[in-house]
Design a protein around this ligand. Structure first.
Ligand code: FAD
Ligand code: SF4
Length: 443
């Protein structure tokens, strides 16, 4: 039995995708901030990839200095509100909070962070001034979190910044990927608009960089170039039947859910193949769109899934079922998907083995492949002598984020292979400082 009805109205959609971390009201924020112990050498700060001074902003909230709290957050992380909502806080700051040692609920750091930053956004607080113009221009390719964080920091340092974005919205997978029950598109766009108002970087939408001639022109016109292009479409599995109707990649499915939630078609019986966080999101979202039966099928055991345990629990709470040690062999159907043939697997000293003769079929009318995203190989090949690692990720200097081509810097998923918004935001900011060092030294 489906737990959710297919939403047909805006209200239905809001209820199916009810926010996991709704905004606190002032009383809630006052009470929650009063619980913080303001630890010395706070473990929550060490667990944050952007190193936000968490006890400080919590103290500022508690004493009513909300502008100060927002400033403390934005000084470390330009995606303060979005990260407060989408960060896996359970395994980062909140997971490190000392209260866990006493079996007491950790401080709700993410929600407090969103409380302070969303107020600054709503009230259009002028927390920053751009630096005096230094006469240098930087081009940024992609308008995801890595690029926008880089652009904000560069504007503080006085650079002129042009962002070239292939799509029609800013913030990359924060808008096209992050689950709608974690953050709304409105929240994402409001924070990015706020940053753009504050920092005045230019974004050229529907402007993909895809030819050698464009790259050569950028190299000529700009002192440095940031590659913030993220990852590509869902990686094909090359399974028999993968081309059938209603067999779709997870990132492509989720993008539809984010952009056209009321018209996206979800199957009645959905099989999601994969064991990462994207698989859990695709499964949860299918269930919340009213699918009657959603199964996450993973070729290894439940314990070996890469998804965070809380993401699996969240999918389970939406009615999703798990099928483990089952490797897909073929997608079945004539024109349209009608099922998946699996083979059972076992782990032999770390090696995944198919158990011969154990094939079985599960009927479904939709298959979602959550098998990872491909790298942006075609785009990256446009930049000569750009070093990549064995996975196809751009190799950068760990502190400056400079690539093997001195004029080029890179940050975010294209470098780390796919992490979180907070990692992209942290890397983008560091890359801006690397760019500043490079341009200052070349004068
Ligand atoms: C389904 C899904 C769910 C996720 N959920 C979460 C979550 O809950 N919490 C979390 O913290 N993280 C989540 N992530 C991860 C997070 O969204 C990414 O790590 C983060 O967005 C990476 O930022 P980025 O700037 O490196 O790249 P992206 O966000 O991918 O942005 C890259 C941008 O570059 C543009 N671009 C690409 N090529 C070109 C080109 N040639 N020319 C011009 N523009 C180009 C793209 O259109 C895009 O806008 C999720 C990811 C996915 C796929
Ligand atoms: S670890 Fe917990 S109690 Fe200590 S400073 Fe961080 S949020 Fe406050």
């Amino acid at each position: 039995m489906a737990e959710y009805q297919t939403p047909t109205t805006g209200e239905g959609q809001e209820s199916s995708f009810e926010q996991l971390k709704p905004y606190m009201n002032p009383t809630m924020a006052y009470y929650e901030s009063s619980r913080c112990l303001f630890c010395f050498d706070a473990p929550c700060v060490k667990a944050c990839p952007t190193g936000i001074d968490i006890p400080l902003f919590i103290r500022q909230i508690h004493t009513g200095n909300l502008d100060g709290a927002a400033r403390t957050i934005y000084d470390s992380n330009y995606f303060g509100n979005i990260c407060g909502k989408v960060c896996p806080t359970e395994v980062l700051c909140e997971g490190a909070c000392v209260f866990n040692l006493q079996d007491v609920k950790p401080i709700e750091i993410g929600r407090l962070q969103s409380y302070a930053t969303s107020r600054a956004i709503r009230q259009e607080k002028r927390l920053y001034q751009t630096g005096p113009a230094n006469g240098h221009k930087v081009a940024v390719i992609g308008a995801g979190p890595a690029s926008i964080a880089c652009a904000c920091e560069l504007r503080l340092l006085g650079y002129e910044v042009d962002i070239f974005e292939a799509k029609s919205h800013p913030s990359g997978l924060a808008i096209y990927g992050c689950a709608p029950y974690k953050v709304t598109n409105q929240d994402v766009l409001e924070e990015v608009n706020y940053l753009q108002e504050l920092f005045q970087f230019k974004v050229h939408y529907k402007h993909p960089i895809q030819t050698k001639a464009q790259i050569t022109a950028l190299e000529h016109d700009y002192a440095a170039i940031l590659l913030g292009v993220g990852l590509g479409p869902t990686q094909a599995l090359h399974l028999e039947g993968e081309e059938l109707d209603n067999c779709i990649g997870a990132t492509e499915f989720i993008e539809q859910v984010k952009l056209i939630p009321l018209t996206v078609e979800v199957g009645r019986r959905v099989i999601v193949i994969g064991g990462g966080n994207t698989a859990m999101d695709a499964a949860s979202e299918s269930a919340r769109l009213g699918a009657e039966m959603v199964t996450v099928a993973y070729r290894r055991s439940k314990e070996e899934m890469r998804a965070y345990a809380f993401e699996y629990d969240l999918a389970r709470s939406a009615g999703v079922m798990g099928l483990f040690n089952a490797a897909p062999v073929a997608v079945l159907g004539e024109e349209k998907v009608s099922g998946v043939r699996f083979v059972k697997t076992r782990n032999e000293s770390g090696q995944l083995r198919h158990i011969s003769g154990s094939e079985f079929e599960v009927a479904c009318d939709m298959v979602i492949l959550a098998t990872g995203q491909a790298k942006q190989s075609a785009f990256l090949s446009l930049v000569d002598s750009l070093d990549k690692d064995g996975r196809g990720c751009i190799i950068v200097h760990p502190q400056t984020f400079q690539t093997s081509r001195p004029q080029y810097f890179a940050a975010g998923d294209a470098v780390n292979g796919g992490a979180e918004v907070v990692n992209a935001a942290a890397e983008g900011k560091l890359a801006a400082r690397g760019i500043d060092k490079y341009i200052s030294n070349s004068k």
